[in-house]
Design a protein around this ligand. Sequence first.
Ligand code: ADP
Length: 294
Amino acid sequence: MASGSDIKDIVAVGAGKGGVGKSMVSMHLAVGLRRRGAAVGLLDADVYGPSIATLAGIADAQPSPSPTPGDAGTPRIRPFDAGGIKVMSMANFVAPGQAMIWRGPMVHGVVQQFLRDVDWGHLDYLVVDLPPGTGDVPLTLAQTVGVTGAVIVTTPQPLALADAMRAARMYAQLGIAILGVVENMSYFACPACGAEHDVFGRGGAARAAAEAGYPLLAEIPLDLALRANTDAARADDDFDRPADDPVAAAVAAMTDGVVEQVRQRRAAGPPPEPIAMHRPGPPAGNGGKPSHDR
Ligand code: ADP
């Protein structure tokens, strides 16, 4: 990666549809990796609906320049600190509630800037929260940096699964390995009656993942405290629950699963290079050529 950042593994988090819990998973994955002692960054590349700034508790933070310029003396942005995680989101650059109208080339430019002109420093993992569906951002990501792999988040309903698997196929076409699938809102563990209600058809993601040959990383239940913790930037609290709590067990399993999948990819060979591909609009900053400085 340009500008002196040293990032070992980039893990993208994608989904077929919005509202399935992709940003919640990105945030919890970043927190889980940090709790295991890793140096972690979290890039909100969901430029159409950036919510990571809120989930990370940095929505009111103001961007500031980094004291260390890039390789060619170019100014860089300092990432925000959210409990030891380096975070960057478009939400901190626009007024709250402002609608953002993006043309493809603009999305391409801003994602490239977030990857190249942010002073990420040394990171073991950069978690990238993608916009839902298919489109420009995964393409830019794959062209600009080597992506170790993607985590697919889906709810269990057939319609959500179909879109999730479509997104997974697109990542695969871009050379992005699929690290596994997270089934979110898998079931509802009723605090009143103690029963587990399969609201959306639990197990759908496990079947779809098995058919496609992807690991199932976790089944995260629909949970009132998870929603409250996520939206109040307290993802850590979900890891601090008793180990037999289904949410604590699921977010721990998800983190361990990603660590293991990344380890296996690393054992199989060097990190992937950016892909060379021509697209309409302005050319990539490196002319689409692979860069070797990550
Ligand atoms: P996406 O990024 O896919 O659009 P979010 O991660 O922003 O979705 O989640 C949408 C909303 O659903 C948020 O308020 C989040 O806290 C909530 N949510 C996500 N997963 C769960 C869950 N398993 N149980 C309860 N609420 C959840």
